[in-house]
Ligand binder design. Sequence first.
Ligand code: FAD
Ligand code: NAI
Length: 463
Amino acid sequence: MSESFDVIVIGAGPGGYVCAIRAAQLGLKVACVEKRETLGGTCLNVGCIPSKALLQSSENFEETKHHFADHGILVDGVKLDLARMQARKGEVVGANVKGVEFLFKKNKVTWLKGAGKIVAPGKVEVAGQTYDTKNIVIATGSESMPLKGVEVDEKQIVTSTGALELEKVPGHIVVIGGGVIGLELGSVWRRLGAEVTVVEFLDRIVPTMDGEVSKQFERVLSKQGVKFKLKSKVTGAVKAADGVTLTVEPAAGGAAEEIKADVVLLAIGRRAYTESLGLEAAGVAVDERGRVKTDGHFATNVPGIYAIGDVIAGPMLAHKAEDEGVALAEMLVGQAGHVNYGVIPSVVYTWPEVASVGETEEELKARGQEYKSGKFPFTANGRARAMGSTDGFVKILADKKTDRVLGAHILGPDAGTLIAEIAVAMEFGASAEDVARTCHAHPSLNEAVKEAALAVDGRALHI
Ligand code: FAD
Ligand code: NAI
């Protein structure tokens, strides 16, 4: 007879593996099903971690080649060893996925290897065996969104997965989609020597970010050499031995043009992944975009079946998936698990980085919220000057009447680290005045956050 469990989690990405570990910590008997050879999901294998490894390596290359001389460091004959760079990325990924395997052993989570299928409520089939369980957690993640007329082969026309594996620097890479993946991986290959053109359907890049940030971000990336074709759509791609010819049209209609590329990166978003999971047979409802429908407690319409992470609604971010995993595990043992969706930071790991938390100016205006805005540029921050990284600014938005922080938007060095301060402030319901009156170390980039908080009240000191 097969083993039975309190919880079977399907999918070992950041949502699933964290949920499994937390549930085991809370005393439940847990299994996690994963069909990939290694644990960690999209994030550790083909997402967050390998992309950040290549971003770091390519940034080091660019710094050495173009910016060390500014510091009086002269390096001759800087060369790229792409094979070594890719191998290092593999080592970083390997250490991370092995780490999850270790954590499973430490917490006595059983890894059921293979594809999981829900055969009935309380029954999951893996590799021909059926396991009984009191609860099922769907954490099967997402996959790259396809585009009609642009057929992915992961060699000439790639998704992020292929773009992380290129063995040679393309002459010209055309990125379809000016979102997070396009700009991060576009930056990697530009720094390594490719010409990069980004084709974006809307009139601005990273369209969900604060408008002012997205405009200045585009300027900074353009200065670095990335070319943008906004308000444009790709309507066809023809492959030949020497490259791909794309047909690009204005989004609003009009004359088409042809663009030649050595590699095309398709990055127009991701969609929930539920293939062969048995949702229909189990009667689990999905929404119009194929995402598993859940209530405020991650419960689907079928008792005992829950879902978290990219496969449900909300931002497709690893930390959002993780926090949902923890909250659900706690709810399953009767605790009050909770995710505050108003305070989920979002970071684009280019250089400079872009980071935001809370509402944008556009969102505040749309809901008629009166607000004050405080801004401080990195050109006026001593540490940023010392680093030679003065592009960008910190913007803090606060309630006009109560001064409570409603959002923060940062374009600048280490913005992804700086934003954490505001996330904590928002969790504690802090006012801009609270942030402004907190002592910040000097000289630090964080002083730009303090100054932006002072600027909310019109009293920044260094500008
Ligand atoms: P996933 O990580 O997608 O994991 C789902 C797992 O389920 C997969 O391993 C899959 O094999 C498995 N699975 C699916 N179906 C079955 C089945 N039937 N049986 C068994 N196993 C199954 N987010 C960030 O927050 N920061 C970043 O810097 C970042 N960078 C990214 C870079 C790239 C290139 C990409 C593509 C994504 C990035 N993301 C980033 C997004 C992040 O990877 C996802 O939000 C996150 O992985 C979602 O976690 P998840 O657990 O919901 O799903
Ligand atoms: P995205 O949603 O960030 O960006 C897609 C972009 O493509 C948008 O700007 C959109 O307007 C544009 N677009 C859509 N259809 C188009 C078309 N036909 N032609 C031209 N442009 C079109 O999606 P992306 O970059 O694919 O990333 C997927 C998800 O992965 C994101 O939701 C993100 O949350 C996650 N991710 C997060 C990272 C991070 O946190 N640093 C890094 C990489 C991915």
